[in-house]
Design a protein around this ligand. Structure first.
Ligand code: NAD
Ligand code: UD1
Length: 339
C-alpha cells in the first residue's frame, strides 16, 4: 500500500515508519518539523535501507495536503501529527484546538474529497474520565480534563460521526498509554525540546548527567509506594500495534477503538530504581508536591487489542529502560547536529 504518515518524523511516527517499511509499503511523511528534525528521517532511511518521501508542510495548509494526495495517491493514512504537551495546552488552548482539531478536519476533508477512507489515528489514554475503575476498558466513559486531552476526545467523536455517516470509512482509534524506550539500534528515540514533561526522558537526562535530580510529583497517592503508577509501553511494541490495526482495516470497515498498553503498572520510584540499575548510573531524586491534573494510577486493559488484532506488547520494563538508555547515552543531545 501507499501510506501517508503525518507526523512521521516524531517519536512514535519514526518508529512506526520502520515497521511499515519492513512490511513493504510505500511511505510518504507529512511533517512541519515543529517538534522533530530531518535527522530522524535520515536515520530511518539508514536503518531501513529504503526511501521515505517527505512533504514538509503544515496540516493547517489544506492546499499542501491536497498536493501530497495528488502526487502520492495514498491508500491509507496514519495520523500522528499533533501537539501533545498537556501544560502548554492550558496556556495556549487555541493553538492546540487549531493544530489538532482543525488540522485533523483538513486531513479528513481532503481524504473525503480524494476517496481515501482508511485511517489510523493516535489517541491517548488521557481521554478516559478519571472516575472510571481500573484497568481502563475501551467502553468506559471519556472525560478529558485538559485542552490537549479534549482535542483527542473531540477528534474521536468526529471520527465516530464520520464512520456513522458513511460505512465505507475504515478507522482505527489507538489509545496509547505511556510510550517509552527506543529502537534497539540506539539511532532513533525520543528527543524532547527543552525540559521534558514526561518522566522517562527526564530520568534519562538525569542519568546522563544533564540534570541534577528527578523531582517525584507526590508520594502520598494510594499506590504501592505512594508515587504515581503508569502503564509504560515500549515504543516498538506500540509501533507494531499500528501495523496490526492497518491489517485489521483491510478486512473490517467501521470505526474501531483499541487501548495500546501492557496492563502492567510501574510506580515513579520503580522507574527510577530500574533505570538506575539498567544504566549503572546514580539517579538522585527528591519528593515534591503533586502535579496538578495527575491521577494516582493509569492502567490499560489491553485484551481487546489482543482479541481483535492478535497484538500484544512483549517487551519488559527493563527492556524499555535499556533501549531508552542506549539512545540517550549515544545521543546525549538527541538529534542536535553537535552530537
Ligand atoms: P512528536 O511531537 O514526537 O511527533 C508529532 C509530529 O507531528 C512531530 O514530528 C511534529 O513536527 C508533527 N506535527 C505537529 N503538528 C503538525 C502540523 N500541524 N503539521 C504537520 N506536522 C505536525 O509526538 P509523538 O510522541 O510521536 O506523538 C505522536 C502522536 O501520538 C501525537 O498525536 C500525540 O498526541 C499522540 N500521543 C503521544 C503520546 C506520548 O506520550 N508520546 C501519548 C498518547 C498519544
Ligand atoms: C502525561 C500527560 C498525559 C499523556 C501522557 C503520555 C499530564 C498531566 N498528563 O501523563 O496527558 O497522555 O503523559 O504522554 O501531563 N512524574 C514525576 N516527575 C516528573 C515527571 C513525571 O514524578 O518529572 C510522575 C507523574 O506524576 C506520573 C508519572 O511520573 O505519576 C508519569 O508522568 P508522565 O510521564 O508525565 O506521564 P502521565 O502522567 O501519565
Amino acid at each position: 500500500m501507499r501510506i501517508l504518515v503525518t507526523g512521521g518524523a516524531g517519536f512514535i511516527g519514526s518508529h512506526t515508519l520502520l515497521q511499515v517499511l519492513a512490511q513493504g509499503h510505500e511511505v510518504a511523511v507529512y511533517d512541519n518539523f515543529g517538534n522533530s528534525s530531518r535527522e530522524s528521517l535520515r536515520r530511518v532511511r539508514e536503518i531501513a535501507g529504503r526511501e521515505v518521501l517527505l512533504k514538509e508542510a503544515d496540516l493547517l495548509d489544506k492546499a499542501a495536503l491536497d498536493e501530497v494526495f495528488e502526487a502520492f495517491q495514498p491508500e491509507a493514512v496514519i495520523h500522528f501529527a499533533g501537539l501533545k504537551a498537556v501544560g502548554e495546552s492550558a496556556e495556549i488552548p487555541l493553538a492546540y484546538y487549531s493544530n489538532n482539531v482543525v488540522g485533523t478536519l483538513n486531513l479528513l476533508n481532503v481524504m473525503q474529497e480524494r476517496g481515501v477512507r482508511r485511517l489510523v489515528f493516535s489517541s491517548s489514554a488521557t481521554v478516559y474520565a478519571s472516575d472510571n475503575g481500573l484497568p481502563l476498558v475501551e467502553s468506559m466513559r471519556r472525560g478529558a480534563t485538559n485542552p490537549y486531552g479534549r482535542t483527542k476526545q473531540q477528534i474521536e467523536e468526529i471520527l465516530e460521526d464520520l464512520g456513522a455517516s458513511d460505512s465505507s470509512w475504515r478507522i482505527a482509534i489507538l489509545r496509547y498509554f505511556n510510550p517509552v524506550g527506543a529502537h534497539e539500534s540506539g539511532l532513533i528515540g525520543e528527543d524532547p525540546a527543552g525540559t521534558p514533561n514526561n518522566l522517562l526522558p527526564f530520568v534519562a537526562q538525569v542519568a546522563v548527567g544533564q540534570r541534577p535530580r528527578v523531582r517525584v510529583f507526590g508520594n502520598d497517592y494510594d499506590t504501592v509506594d505512594g508515587t504515581g503508577v503508569r502503564d509504560y509501553i515500549h515504543v516498538v511494541d506500540l509501533a507494531a500495534g499500528h501495523v496490526s490495526a492497518l491489517q485489521y482495516l483491510n478486512e473490517h470497515a467501521g470505526v474501531h477503538t483499541w487501548n495500546l498498553g501492557t496492563g502492567r503498572g510501574t510506580s515513579v520510584l520503580e522507574v527510577i530504581d530500574t533505570f538506575a540499575r539498567v544504566s549503572g548510573r546514580t539517579i538522585p531524586f527528591e519528593i515534591g508536591a503533586r502535579r496538578l491534573g495527575d491521577v494516582a494510577t493509569s492502567l490499560a486493559d489491553p485484551s481487546k487489542a489482543r482479541d481483535d488484532l492478535g497484538w500484544r506488547a512483549t517487551r519488559s520494563f527493563e527492556e524499555m529502560c535499556a533501549d531508552h538508555w542506549r539512545w540517550q547515552e549515544s545521543n546525549p543531545r538527541g538529534y542536535a547536529p553537535e552530537n
